[in-house]
Design a protein around this ligand. Sequence first.
Ligand code: HXC
Length: 524
Amino acid sequence: MAENNNLKLASTMEGRVEQLAEQRQVIEAGGGERRVEKQHSQGKQTARERLNNLLDPHSFDEVGAFRKHRTTLFGMDKAVVPADGVVTGRGTILGRPVHAASQDFTVMGGSAGETQSTKVVETMEQALLTGTPFLFFYDSGGARIQEGIDSLSGYGKMFFANVKLSGVVPQIAIIAGPCAGGASYSPALTDFIIMTKKAHMFITGPQVIKSVTGEDVTADELGGAEAHMAISGNIHFVAEDDDAAELIAKKLLSFLPQNNTEEASFVNPNNDVSPNTELRDIVPIDGKKGYDVRDVIAKIVDWGDYLEVKAGYATNLVTAFARVNGRSVGIVANQPSVMSGCLDINASDKAAEFVNFCDSFNIPLVQLVDVPGFLPGVQQEYGGIIRHGAKMLYAYSEATVPKITVVLRKAYGGSYLAMCNRDLGADAVYAWPSAEIAVMGAEGAANVIFRKEIKAADDPDAMRAEKIEEYQNAFNTPYVAAARGQVDDVIDPADTRRKIASALEMYATKRQTRPAKKHGNFPC
Ligand code: HXC
């Protein structure tokens, strides 16, 4: 049976219900068996399978299954285009309402014409109206070529809606198939992008690049999930396949509130905040030695469970969602095992974006600081480390959520400020006894201020060592900062979880306003 064009209506209710079921069957078959098989043979789920797997069982209520395009050119008047290539509606995830859309590649390659975009935008508007998260599976050949500029206009409306929802309800993009050209700006305007290894995303594909610049590159190298994670930093999570992407989306949502007027719900709290002496053994006192800061995170958060965001990008900084005593937190931590934990352009962008998101959605921030400075180098300077680093200063200064900073070891110079020190509005600041809060490392400092003494000494190396130790003892400790009130307390590492949990409790009622303005000018 064809779609509902020229349907001869049955004369009984039973007959009408049968017709309804038949029509629904046609719509739910998407582009038909052959195309569904092709989708499956590529290791991809169909649009409906994705939604059914993402949402709680039997919770999906489809909206707009019968919508149709109104194009007549290029044979479109005769084309069967079920649901116009996108499945839209609402349902629940872990019991919480969401709105969702899923492009159906089996229907005209999931291409987006006027009606498809309208359906997506209407779903987004419903998410806005009801204060519920919006999730979108992208799997499409882009603008529907037969519809010309109506398709472009549809994308424009999607971008506009993405921006309207930004900061009001969480938006999660799942790139599960092709997403090319200007279409990729829609996910780029959401909060998080999860991308499967079966998908590709680029502005111009390999062939266009070859013809314009002569460069040879494969689709995977150019726009595969690994490239977008490790090199471009465009995405937040890599998923092996659709199943994995759906699990990531569910876990991610569990840390987030429904919208910007709510707080994330308490989930499975671990009330045990007793001292954990294992925390004393992770960070070496010797500042030249590295360690994995994720070992510290795992011992601070509930059940050792956290979700790393952009885990493969700017790995000198870790950003992660976790819970402490049941409360969602966003963790920003320097990673001393990579580039000694220096802040560079990419790490600054990664941190600023994450801080900005957490502040938009009332998620308190916890900083774990062990940072020797901003990365020196001509490429960093030419690349704009000044404006990129400024994004961190801006994001932290602007954030009004509770901000808790724990200095584990190094906290030098501008990078100490960029990791949210007291002056940037940290509400609670703790330092471990291993902390070195100073304008710079003792070695560099001694070489500058004792240059003459070292040069004049009979044994310059011995004199240098002596002066480094002198400076280290005088300044590279947590106690000078504590004496100035930059640090609230110097704590036993074993007590860190308890201190963070109690600060989160205290500052849960924090209310802070800023001068009224249209919006600030975030450094770009
Ligand atoms: C209409 C399209 C389409 C499109 C694919 N199809 N893309 N129909 N408009 N944009 C149809 C195909 O004709 C085919 O129909 C079916 O979808 C599946 O496509 P295949 O090519 O068979 O699939 P595959 O081999 O997997 O290749 C996928 C693909 C390729 C790489 C995405 O289809 C492709 O290159 N499509 C065109 C991409 C493109 O140029 N898009 C417009 C970009 S401009 P049948 O009936 O055979 O199943 C743009 C501007 C947006 O997007 C700007 C926003 C600001």
